[in-house]
Design a binder for this molecule. Structure first.
Ligand code: 0X9
Ligand code: ZN
Length: 301
């Protein structure tokens, strides 16, 4: 069975997603593509009213960042099951596309072979995998990415050389005209990142708005358990990193107004090995941040 007291393997997560479609009529499964090792990239759409603007939540692109996947699942669960009228109204006001595991091969590899595995699992000579968050086609290989297949930040042999990023980009393209916000989840370091990640300091045209809303979100987040985040453009508060998913979505589809990347808990005490008893608190505080963001999106509309 599935709950938020532990991390589960891919099949258990996918069975839970399937079970949601029986309990909630507004949930449908979405097959976003197939991984190199033939696993489905499964997501759900939560839609109460066709034609709503879309909020897209991406989890698990880096496979060792397990809290990323559970946090988007936590958000999904709360959107569906909350009895709070404000949350119900938020759930109904958007079409939610939620994919907990963008990198299913890496996730299973991280669970069974090498807990610290980050990349995909496609073979490149003697080494395996590309960094799926260096492989997207906006300013690909423009800083903070490696051309060596043995490196953890290997950008791949070309933009979208990985079937996972290629198929998810293709799927995103089919809904991009209606996407309002693209939000990716990583760990760790407790920062909220704003595009772009490539060298050259390009910022989105509404950078100031993105920072304003980001600051509101992290203030709200901190109110629950006093977890402190910082907000900023990627090179400004982290490092140059090109080829990320959110950069491509924002860069390729200029109608997309908001793109954020959460680097979730913690700040290094446990790092990627965040204990399961932090799944629920991380989910709770991050949900509050998302709700605060959506509340700000509503004011702008
Ligand atoms: O390096 C990354 O891909 C992310 N940090 S992590 O420690 N989780 O690997 C930061 C992603 C920055 N986002 C973009 N470049 N769009
Ligand atoms: Zn990551």
């Amino acid at each position: 069975g599935f709950n938020f007291n532990n991390y589960y393997d891919l099949n258990t997560v996918y069975d839970w997603l399937k079970s949601l479609t029986f309990h909630y009529p507004h949930v449908t499964l979405i097959n976003g593509g197939t991984s190199y090792e033939n696993r489905t990239i499964l997501g759900v759409k939560v839609s109460f009213k066709p034609g709503n603007k879309i909020i897209f939540l991406e989890g698990g692109i880096h496979s060792r960042e397990w809290i990323s996947s559970t946090t988007v699942l936590y958000i999904l669960n709360k959107l569906l099951s909350s009895t709070d009228p404000t949350i119900q109204a938020m759930a109904r006001s958007r079409d939610w596309y939620i994919f907990p595991n963008f990198n299913p091969d890496g996730y299973q590899y991280s669970r069974t072979r090498d807990r610290m595995w980050r990349k995909t699992r496609k073979p490149y000579g003697g080494c395996y995998g590309a960094d799926p968050n260096r492989n997207w086609g906006y300013y690909w290989m423009h800083g903070g990415a490696s051309n060596s297949p043995c490196h953890d930040s290997f950008a791949g042999s070309s933009p979208f050389s990985e079937i996972e990023t290629k198929s998810m980009a293709q799927f995103i393209g089919t809904i991009a005209n209606n996407i309002e916000a693209y939000i990716g989840f990583h760990s760790y370091s407790q920062v909220l990142l704003i595009p772009f990640g490539h060298a050259g300091l390009e910022v989105p045209p509404n950078n100031i708005e993105l920072k304003r809303i980001g600051n509101i979100a992290i203030q709200k987040l901190a109110q629950k358990y006093n977890t402190r985040y910082r907000v900023g453009n990627i090179p400004e508060i982290m490092y140059v990193a090109s080829g990320g998913s959110g950069d491509w979505v924002l860069g390729a589809y200029r109608n997309v107004r908001y793109a954020y990347t959460f680097e979730l808990r913690d700040q290094g005490r446990y790092g990627f090995l965040l204990p399961p008893n932090q799944i629920i608190p991380t989910g709770e505080e991050t949900f509050d941040a998302i709700a605060a963001m959506v509340n700000e999106f509503n004011k702008v509309d």
